[in-house]
Write a protein of this length. Structure first.
Length: 175
């Protein structure tokens, strides 16, 4: 079994939510950690664990970020981490996988399914072996207790229930 750790300098953990149902707001976590344990070179037997520090959430708007950290959304004071633990990796072909696992947000754990594009392995100029992945998926924020909502004068939603997850991940093989 090989152990791989996430390279935070070359990874992005993002989410997108519709705002006023006409545009997207993109957020990301600046502080996170992930470990992959895999024996197969193609990662088909991978066991993955991930956690993000909720206090590091950023949407490029300080007022909105504080609202997200508060009780209406993530409730960072009582639930400081978002976590994911894999339960299954299904190989579709050489470059495409389905990753199933348990996502915990705000103390609520639900199964999720992510599409994974495996971009291969390379050795960087400093001799580190790295693997690249793109992961995407969707969740309903209300399933995790993020139920704050407001409507516009016209009756439209301010924030959609659907949250798109977009992760660009570079993993570094550990010695």
């Amino acid at each position: 079994m090989a152990t791989w750790k996430i390279d935070p300098l070359h990874s992005e953990i993002e989410f997108k939510v519709k705002h006023l149902m006409i545009t997207n707001v993109t957020g990301h976590f600046a502080e996170y950690d992930a470990t992959v344990e895999a024996g197969a070179e193609d990662f088909s037997d991978a066991k993955i664990s991930f956690e993000a520090n909720v206090a590091s959430v950023s949407t490029k708007n300080a007022q909105r970020d504080e609202h997200l950290k508060g009780e209406d959304f993530f409730d960072a004071a009582n639930h400081p981490k978002v976590t994911f633990t894999s339960t299954e990796v299904k190989k579709k072909d050489a470059e495409n996988f389905v990753l199933k696992g348990d996502l915990t947000i705000r103390g609520v754990t639900k199964p999720v399914e992510l599409s994974v594009d495996y971009n291969g392995i390379t050795v960087d100029p400093w001799g580190q072996t790295k693997a690249g992945f793109e992961l995407t998926g969707k969740i309903n924020r209300k399933d995790f207790g993020l139920s704050w909502s407001a409507t516009t004068e016209a009756g439209g939603l301010v924030v959609s229930d659907e949250v798109r997850l977009i992760l660009g991940v570079q993993m570094v093989k550990q010695a």
